[in-house]
Design a protein around this ligand. Structure first.
Ligand code: HEC
Length: 478
């Protein structure tokens, strides 16, 4: 627990209860937001941890991957009341890093945000993979003026909403936190730069969060109720030696999704990508077209947007969703349309060195190394086995003395080189932030290798206050 390392910054107990109480009230007045549903039993969470630790120490991927699959299937089960997956009932980074004022007024538009993608790009001094430019469509600015923010460079972007963050592209992220994770961040004031400064001044090398800390990054893709929506699918479109931009805009393999079911199984001409420019911002990117196999909605985890959902979304959520829908489908999105799960990261602190796993949708979910070790989970509802899974536990180095590649092609493809690893990047998360030696960044000049076998004890991280594998802390503290 944090108490060992951070004794001097505890919030008064009273204040803590006020906070917990007020977040509870906020949840219950929002009828479309399900009540907090903890990680369910039956999916191996916090079970047999000595065996999981042993498997990690010995690099037994079968046990590790089986655990990863179960965490993924478990977190996609329904919340107790409602249609959303249970992670949607959890607090998220928007609330966790809100200033004290915002948590009491619940004003979700006050915060100037930065798209997650541009935060990421900002932070990579050497390995720079500039991606396409997504200008916010005029209709979004006109219809949701309170959901529009300025980035630190002055660009017009959508603000982070109370349910969905702005990624700066078609993917619609949520970073959800278990209640224990939320409590750690709020009680220990890890959302404040002043706390991080103090810890660094006190020469604390590593913040340690509680064992029940779970944090996710989930990506929805917008699908129209009418017609056939095109979805790019990853087919190893770039070799691992490629170090440039590898985002989904440049995968030429598509599938279609037909909510009516009429065209399922057939080949149809589909297309996506509208109003997007090249990285220099001076030429439009072509709309991507392909003859593609049409899939049914229930090959994906999906959510149908209800009237109550739409009312519960704030202007920023609506700006994020609507911009994504214009870029994907050249149409707005609303009640009756769908959100499908395209990719998800799930990190848990079950082990001191964390469990890191990530999934993405595939039209060939039984092929290749990312399909292996999938257990039978007859009680799991939904097409969890239509996705592929990568894992990045603290296993021994491979024969090259490195970490294995572990990336999610959808999520890392738009920001990071495709030959890197969750672990290599997340272990660097820390304070103070900066791009020069002695500071924390995704590619710390002190330890440049993207697949180097790094641990919190690595020399090149020794002067930092590490934030326990959590990038959201240095990224979002204010
Ligand atoms: C090169 C760096 C990099 C790589 C590789 C990377 N991430 Fe991240 N990740 C980030 C950054 C930066 C954020 C914070 C984004 C924000 O500000 O919200 C993040 C956020 C997250 C979050 C939200 C909680 C947190 O720790 O900030 C999860 C969960 C996550 N990543 C999991 C993964 C997994 C699993 C992989 C591998 C499949 C992975 N990441 C690969 C940089 C990386």
């Amino acid at each position: 627990m944090l108490a060992n390392t951070i004794k001097n910054i505890k919030v008064a107990t009273m204040l803590r209860y006020v906070f917990v109480l007020s977040s509870f009230v906020l949840v219950s007045c929002d009828s479309a937001t399900p009540l907090y549903t903890p990680f369910p039993a039956g999916y191996g969470y916090m079970q047999n941890l000595p065996a999981l630790q042993k498997a990690t120490d010995e690099g037994d991927r079968e046990i590790i991957r089986e655990h990863g699959w179960k965490l993924w299937a478990g977190i996609m089960q329904r919340a107790e009341n409602g249609e959303w997956p249970l992670w949607y009932s959890w607090p998220n980074t928007k609330a966790a890093f809100a200033s004290d004022l915002e948590t009491t007024t619940s004003n979700s538009t006050a915060n100037a945000s930065e798209s997650m993608k541009s935060r990421n790009l900002d932070n990579i001094p050497e390995v720079n993979t500039p991606g396409p430019v997504y200008d916010i469509p005029r209709q979004v600015i006109d219809n949701f003026p309170n959901g529009i923010c300025k980035s630190s460079t002055g660009a017009t972007i959508a603000c982070d909403g109370s349910h969905f963050l702005f990624n700066g592209d078609i993917m619609i992220p949520t970073e959800s936190l278990s209640q224990e994770a939320m409590n750690d961040i709020r009680e220990d004031q890890l959302y404040l730069k002043s706390t991080l400064d103090q810890l660094h001044q006190d020469k604390v090398h590593q913040i340690e969060v509680s064992q029940e800390f779970i944090v996710t990054k989930h990506m929805y893709w917008p699908v129209k109720a009418e017609g056939i929506t095109a979805i790019p699918v990853w087919k190893n479109n770039f070799p691992t030696t490629f170090s440039g931009y590898a985002g989904y805009e440049f995968w030429d393999t598509l599938v279609g999704v037909d909510p009516s079911g009429d065209a399922v199984g057939q080949m149809r001409d589909v297309e996506f990508l509208y109003g997007v420019k090249n990285a220099a911002g001076n030429e439009p990117l072509p709309t991507v077209k392909a003859n593609a196999r049409v899939h049914a909605l229930d090959n994906f985890y999906y959510h149908k947007i209800s009237e109550a959902d739409w009312e519960a979304f704030d202007q920023s959520d609506k700006a994020v969703l609507t911009a994504a829908s214009y870029w994907a489908n050249d149409q707005p999105i609303g009640v009756g349309d769908y959100l499908i799960t395209i990719a998800m990261h799930i990190n848990t602190k079950e082990l001191p060195s964390w469990t890191l796993q990530s999934v993405w949708w595939s039209d060939q979910p039984d092929r290749g190394m990312y399909a292996t070790n999938r257990p039978a989970l007859p009680a799991a509802v939904g097409p969890w086995d239509h996705y592929l899974l990568t894992d990045s536990y603290a296993v021994p180095a491979n024969e090259k003395g490195e970490l294995d590649i572990a990336v999610n092609p959808y999520i890392e493809g738009v920001t990071h080189p495709i030959a890197t690893s969750c672990r290599n990047c997340h272990v660097r998360a820390g304070w103070p932030e900066g791009k020069t030696a002695g500071f924390s960044s995704y590619q710390n000049p002190d330890c440049p290798g993207l697949l180097s076998y790094l641990t919190p004890a690595s020399n090149c991280l020794s002067t930092l206050t590490l934030s326990d594998y959590l990038w959201i802390i240095p990224d979002r503290a204010n």
